[in-house]
Design a protein around this ligand. Structure first.
Ligand code: ZN
Length: 170
């Protein structure tokens, strides 16, 4: 008797319970349906109060950069540029909209390239930060995850730095 093993569907992300995410490789813990369910639970916690919310943009950018297929063709460029601002330029949750000139940003966004994701999207995933109940630990592990993603995108970091300086600093 032979069993055939289905090929993972990398583009659609149709992982069933307990299977590794076809995009980032995260394995959901027992009782959690999918990689997406993990990030939703993380975001829910971040919406629950300011201590968890402090690193919310990092989880959005790290998750989006590991799942560009879900977020549209220019999302990689946007999230990489913002991740650069958060990690290297001292950007914060609160400083975002006031320091970013909306008009300049909208113009720039239209010319953002479609950046292809790296072969290796990083060894840490949403699984690294899922279910943490202590805000300090949550923040520390989110920063570790975000740094790993930033490293994984080495090929496009030069572009991201240039844009982040132009849009947030200049
Ligand atoms: Zn995933």
């Amino acid at each position: 008797m032979a069993f055939s093993k289905a090929e993972p569907d990398r583009m659609r992300g149709q992982a069933s319970e307990g299977e590794a995410c076809p995009l980032c490789g995260a394995v959901p813990p027992p009782g959690v349906e999918s990689c997406r369910a993990m990030i939703y639970s993380v975001w829910e916690r971040e919406y629950s109060g300011p201590e968890f919310a402090a690193v919310h943009l990092l989880t959005v950018d790290a998750y989006a950069l590991q799942h560009g297929e879900y977020f549209g063709p220019r999302s990689n460029a946007f999230h990489l540029m913002r991740l650069c601002w958060l990690i290297e330029l001292g950007g914060t949750e609160r400083g975002g909209s006031s320091r970013l000139h909306r008009r300049k940003f909208e113009e720039a966004y239209r010319s953002f390239p479609n950046l292809a994701p790296p072969e290796d999207r990083g060894a840490l995933t949403v699984a690294h930060v899922c279910g943490l109940e202590e805000p300090g630990e949550h923040a520390r592990k989110v920063k570790e995850w975000a740094s790993v993603v930033w490293e994984a995108w080495a090929e496009h970091r030069g572009w991201a730095r240039e844009q982040a300086h132009r849009l947030f600093v200049a």
